[in-house]
Ligand binder design. Structure first.
Ligand SMILES: [Ca+2]
Length: 223
């Protein structure tokens, strides 16, 4: 429990006598209201759970709409494989010449993206993390629900999603790059990571060990 005033939704699952899973309704619990005044642990959250790009990860990514390059089992920063992004003249497939991955967040908290990259020659790629517009928010039903939740963040403007970027100068050695993603007060439904080459750049680059961690409030205060 990283922040004593962080509300948690708690629910129980039971298997009934017919082996049917029954879940209780979620109950909101706030640790301070239960007499817990200080953080008890700082759990590491992983908002990019397939970011090691091992075989079990890429087999799942293949079934999603997320974009990623060529699985390369001859180059790895960790484990046995990484993702290679070849120039568009070679791959001729929009989904394969850009990295486009979903990043999951904890609401109203800061996050930190870290990613390892290398290339077959010096080249610059653009790392970008952009807020995803909350699906179906601007609908009559959601407006009615939000009207009953005065503490909820307002419905954002579609073109005002927070965005953070970094121009990463790659070499032939693995390097780790960091993009801090502070909460800006705008409601988001996760973030999207893109890594893109600059037009005309002929290099191949590799990506591995993408992580997207929540920055708990107390954890930041300790730094
Ligand atoms: Ca790997």
């Amino acid at each position: 429990m990283p922040e004593p005033d962080l509300p948690m939704l708690v629910f129980g699952n039971v298997w009934d006598e017919n082996q049917v899973l029954v879940s209780t309704l979620p109950v909101e619990a706030v640790p301070t209201e239960l007499g817990i005044a200080a953080a008890t642990a700082f759990p590491v959250t992983e908002g990019c759970p397939r970011g090691r790009f091992e075989a079990a990860d890429t087999s799942i990514l293949e079934g999603t709409a997320q974009g990623f390059g060529r699985v390369d089992d001859t180059v790895a920063h960790s484990g046995k494989q990484s993702i290679a992004i070849d120039p568009p003249e070679v791959v001729k497939n929009r989904r394969r010449d850009t990295v486009r991955l979903m990043l999951y967040n904890v609401y109203e908290r800061d996050h930190r993206l870290q990613v390892w990259l290398r290339a077959d020659r010096p080249m610059t790629v653009d790392i970008a993390v952009k807020g995803v517009y909350p699906a179906n928010w601007d609908t009559p039903a959601m407006r009615a629900i939000l009207a009953a939740m005065p503490e909820a963040a307002p419905i954002p403007e579609k073109d005002a999603m927070p965005a953070f970027s970094l121009a990463a100068a790659l070499t032939t050695d693995w390097q780790q790059f960091t993009v801090d993603v502070p909460h800006t007060g705008v409601a988001v439904e996760g973030y999207e990571l893109t890594v893109a080459r600059r037009a005309g750049d002929p290099g191949t680059y590799w990506i591995d060990d993408v992580s997207f961690e929540t920055r708990w409030k107390k954890e930041q205060n300790r730094e």
